[in-house]
Design a binder for this molecule. Structure first.
Ligand code: ADP
Ligand code: ZN
Ligand code: MG
Length: 471
């Protein structure tokens, strides 16, 4: 029998606030253990949490970025459980009244529904030392602000899930909500997965795979679960509802706890924090601060600018890169040429030098000038690439680079004619073979001409003259 997987996600994203969500401790990654803790985030009795308004605004931005309704009213609850990484023995989260609800994100030509986004605090980290047989607690991460994004079970294959996680990561980065570094744990994905026989409607029992920290691991964990659950059903068994862990080394998932052993969280309203009320005016202000999202840019690039989907995808991947592109074409609208120069030559320079977009020495204005020089055939396309590489090195303007390096396209037709004649004279065989129908030989003859003229040659003109003369 063929089975269809049904998948829903719970995504935790750490918010890029300066301080933690209920206290003034710094919100940073790494550093010496237990150096960013205070009585509030270490859960001392009698301390009072105060909501970080920056976290509220970033959560609202996440909502706008993912097409959600951002609610005027939301409230915090306590989720009770005991675990050594949680010194208070409860997590402050939003249960009944989340800050955002009902979003939609389109991937792979399909609308994925988001059920809710709520704010909560992160727990600390346990470091297990097997050699010593001990576990150590680092509370630096306690109280780091998180949002949890919960989707409906709308995914039916690995590709949809992976595309969705990548899209979420991109949008959160664009909005400066989260840096989405999965390898550092600032974006973590729980995958809920069940399978159902093809042509049926009723969902099967799901397993939840906790804390996947790469897009690849997500794919592998899903594939493993599909096989595991299919085997169970094929042998007449039943999938049990449980939480599982994925082992990156073996590529397998293993049970952490079953539903019977599941926590009873005994949620109740957090008595120490008043509800969050966000006025319409404040929501409008937050919304106005939102940058254009990458999916909107993608549509603009492919529909209005005529870029290929692959090109557009590469440009929108990084916001700074895409911003630079937008500013450049805003000054001189040569969409394709700018895309080519940036994706090929600029990316090569960035890779070779391990450089960052934020540190680039030239401005979009200067790139626009270069593109216009190439477009107006003041420099050849090849020369434009060389000039860009020099701009990257020195930050000088393209015009003076072209002049200093003899890269301005030669408009001296007399010289062109002379050289074409010279090449024809030296390649009598070639010309003969052209006359006998070998058109490919033109490429060879042009190569000879460029060898003499260099990159500043007006290739188009040279070819015209060549064809004219050997006709
Ligand atoms: P609970 O209230 O038990 O936590 P939720 O309804 O909140 O369950 O769902 C948690 C996650 O599991 C969501 O991402 C949801 O899309 C997903 N999910 C729910 N039912 C299924 C199912 N039968 N198969 C796969 N995923 C599911
Ligand atoms: Zn603190
Ligand atoms: Mg749930």
């Amino acid at each position: 029998m063929k089975y269809i997987p049904v998948i829903g996600l719970e995504i935790h994203a750490e918010l890029l606030t300066k301080s933690k969500v209920f206290c003034g401790c710094a919100n940073e990654f790494g550093g010496e253990e237990n150096t960013r803790v205070c009585p509030v985030c270490s859960g001392m009795p009698g301390t009072l949490p105060v909501v970080n308004q920056g976290a509220v605004e970033l959560a609202a931005k996440a909502g706008f970025a993912l097409g959600c309704t951002v609610n005027n009213y939301s409230a915090f609850d306590r989720k009770n459980y005991f675990y050594p990484d949680l010194p208070k023995a409860y997590q402050i989260t939003q249960f009944q009244y989340p800050i955002c609800s009902d979003g939609i994100v389109r991937v792979c030509g399909k609308d994925i529904r988001i059920n809710r986004i709520h704010i909560e605090e992160d727990a600390g980290k346990l470091i297990h030392d097997d050699a010593e047989g001990i576990s150590m607690a680092d509370y630096n991460r306690c109280g780091v602000p998180l949002i949890e994004i919960v989707t409906e079970p709308d995914f039916r294959c690995v590709e949809e899930v992976q595309a969705f996680v990548e899209e979420i990561a991109r949008r959160l980065k664009y909005a400066d909500v989260c840096d989405a570094r999965m390898e550092q744990g600032s974006l973590r994905v729980d995958v809920n997965i069940s399978i159902m026989p093809e042509n049926t409607k009723e969902f099967g029992t799901r397993a939840e795979i906790k804390n996947l920290n790469s897009v690849r691991a997500i794919g592998r964990a899903i594939e493993y679960e599909i096989t595991r659950q299919t085997n169970i059903l094929e042998h007449g068994g039943r999938v049990t509802q449980e939480t599982r862990r994925f082992n990156d080394r073996s590529g397998e998932t293993a049970s952490l706890r079953s539903k019977e052993e599941a926590h009873d969280y005994r949620y109740f309203p957090e008595p120490d924090i008043p509800p969050v009320f966000i006025s319409e005016e404040r929501l409008d202000r937050i919304k106005a601060e939102m940058p254009e999202m990458p999916n909107v840019r993608f549509e603009r690039y492919t529909n209005e600018y005529g870029l290929l989907e692959d090109e557009a995808r590469l440009i929108v991947e990084d916001k700074a890169f895409s911003d630079f592109y937008d500013e450049t074409v805003g000054i001189y609208p040569a969409y394709k040429e700018t895309s080519n120069l940036m994706l090929v030559e600029l990316n090569r320079c960035l890779n070779d030098s391990n450089g960052k977009m934020s540190e680039i020495k030239f401005t979009p204005q200067m790139l626009a000038e270069l593109v216009s020089m190439s477009d107006k055939r003041i420099v050849t396309k090849n020369a434009a690439r060389d000039i860009l590489a020099i701009m990257f090195e020195t930050g000088s303007n393209p015009e003076s680079i072209a002049r200093e390096n003899n890269l301005v396209m030669s408009t001296d037709t007399d010289e062109l004619e002379r050289i074409v004649e010279q090449v024809i004279a030296q390649n009598a065989d070639g010309v003969e073979s052209y006359k006998n129908g070998n058109e490919k030989i033109i490429g060879f003859l042009m190569g000879q001409i460029i060898r003499i003229l260099g990159k500043s040659a007006d290739m188009k003109k040279a070819k015209e003259i060549l064809l004219e003369k050997i006709k």
